[in-house]
Design a protein around this ligand. Sequence first.
Ligand code: GLN
Length: 475
Amino acid sequence: MNETIAGLKAQIKSKAISAEEIKEILLARIKRFDEKINCYLSVEFKNSRHGDPLCGIPIAIKDNMNIEGMKTSCASKILDGYVSPYNATVIERLANSGASFLGKTNLDEFAMGSSTENSAFFTTKNPYDLTRVPGGSSGGSAAAVAADLAVAALGSDTGGSIRQPASFCGVVGLKPTYGRVSRYGLVAFASSLDQIGPITKTVEDAAILLEAIAGFDPKDSTTSEKKTEAWSSLVKNRPERLKIGLPVEYLNGEIEADVAEAVENAAKLFEKEGMEVKQIELSGTSSKYAVADYYIIAPAEASANLARFDGVKYGYRSKEAKNLDQMYKLTRTEGFGDEVKRRIMLGTYVLSSGYYDAYYLKAQKVRRLIYNDFVSAFNEVDIIIGPVAPTTAFKIGEKSTDPLSMYLSDLYTIPVSLAGLPAISIPCGTDKKGLPIGLQIVGKWFDETRLLQIANLFENSSGICHRTPELFTEE
Ligand code: GLN
């Protein structure tokens, strides 16, 4: 089942295969192989009308997006028993585009993490090395696509959660511009950062899914009214000679040599393809302060967003409570995991009176400086390239007891998120251990067209793309 949406679509049209057969093959593969990596939290097939453009092809969905009549767990105990009464806009749009749904994939609890180790249920494993993490928080989606247990998937990205797992699993992950895709029906983590995007085997498939899910939504006031494009066909056009910026500070810091080398090789390949590659300097704000800034802003928003999980409205309620106060307290104590509690405490602290100005307000100002950094960079260049993460997939347990080292795996993705820019992670090689390395390509605001085109050019020219990991090939 090493098949893409584009490939399957052609086969369905020529009647070489039916949507029903694809479903059977995938369900059989999940049954046989998912126990090796545990990428699904629930496997529940949901059909739609099977029309164009997606022709009934099944998509896996990160379990923080609502599908009517199905459980949404956010990999948290606190949503125990919660069944969604409605569809997220992305689900509605995929269904209207003829997609089916395969199941819900694992994540770090409430999308807080970089490894899926914060899931309340189990850790997903990296399909290329079962002792390693698939990245996170959309680790289940990335691992499912990589292991051919899904044709494609949706993930969500707040500070790197689509791009980093895509990088660790050797697949393509696209975080659209903030406001491009509706967040209605996505369980909110940090509302000013969250974006939904595709995780796929090829850049073309990412373009197909983006076209299906993007666009203004009256149900999400932060969606943009900018018109969407025919990305599924535009992606194949060769971009004009573009100026590509490579930030110097990205390759000088704490980055594994193999990753830095792969990014440098990618830059050379773009030059060979006639692009102008130049070194640029981001003023320093984004690289130096972005992670600290993010860990004030994201937890602040999370602490507000997660206030609704109180034992009254959704899911889990503690059985021990004797009065209302205890009910709130015990429900949240028992229902949330450690990382989520850490973020709620951090967020509540930075928003509390006396600390608001010193932390939250200041963080908002730093966020503006980071944004300005990219405005200046994009006055000079059309596209920015760099690493997705400083390392390839790390060992399960390696960072789980040290939150700070975990947070640093989003060093290169977080500045882009704070600025609201679109970015894609595509495979650009492997390290000495054979683990996938991702290249991050960042476009101008709402310039997904050129972003996809340049990514597609790289994929075609390098010949590097998804391959089924050995453990998941049928003998
Ligand atoms: N790893 C980052 C965090 O833990 C980003 C998560 C995300 O993008 N959802 O917050």
